[in-house]
Design a protein around this ligand. Structure first.
Ligand code: SF4
Ligand code: SF4
Length: 162
């Protein structure tokens, strides 16, 4: 069985590979545009063998962007008024986006479970985005995410072999 990459090693590993990943994009822009099926297949295979509960690095170190719909859904689950949810847990960041007041996320448990899993923000559900349509559009963002998420790191490492 292939061992999951330890998220603690990712900043060093991703920094080592970054030049290669960028070179791949420069040389294969057109090819990458037609690679969604292959990238999604890599995403599926790598996600299946990755245990997010032993990682939770995204919940620990990134702040998801939160939409009005997310606020309504979370408030309903927590039986709070939306204004109370915002006061208690959310803030506007320097880019003007609504985000959690703190990282790690206030809903991340010591066991790495999400306390609001069924009602978590859309951005949490979609992370790490390696199954997104037109993946080439977020290739550069994925290079950034590779120092946080083992799935993204492994997907990028496999793409350059295709
Ligand atoms: S999505 Fe990535 S960073 Fe988040 S818990 Fe899973 S493996 Fe870790
Ligand atoms: S809401 Fe849940 S999934 Fe989203 S960052 Fe917090 S703990 Fe993670």
């Amino acid at each position: 069985m292939i061992k999951q990459v330890d998220y603690k090693l990712l900043p060093v590993l991703a920094a080592k590979s970054e030049t290669q990943w960028k070179r791949f994009l420069q040389k294969n822009k057109k090819k990458l545009e037609g690679m969604d099926l292959k990238v999604h297949s890599l995403h599926d295979t790598i996600s299946e063998r990755t245990d997010c509960l032993t990682c939770a690095n995204c919940c620990r170190s990134l702040g998801p962007q939160i939409t009005d719909k997310d606020v309504e859904r979370m408030a309903k689950m927590l039986r709070l008024k939306t204004s109370d949810l915002i006061d208690r847990y959310l803030k506007i960041d320097e880019d003007g986006d609504l985000v959690f007041q703190s990282t790690p996320c206030p809903f991340l448990g010591d066991d790495n479970y999400c306390a609001i899993y069924e009602f978590r923000p859309k951005a949490c559900r979609e992370y790490p985005h390696t199954d997104r349509k037109r993946f080439y559009q977020i290739y550069n963002l994925s290079i950034k995410n590779a120092s946080t998420c083992p799935i993204v790191y492994e997907v990028l490492e496999e793409i350059i072999k295709l």
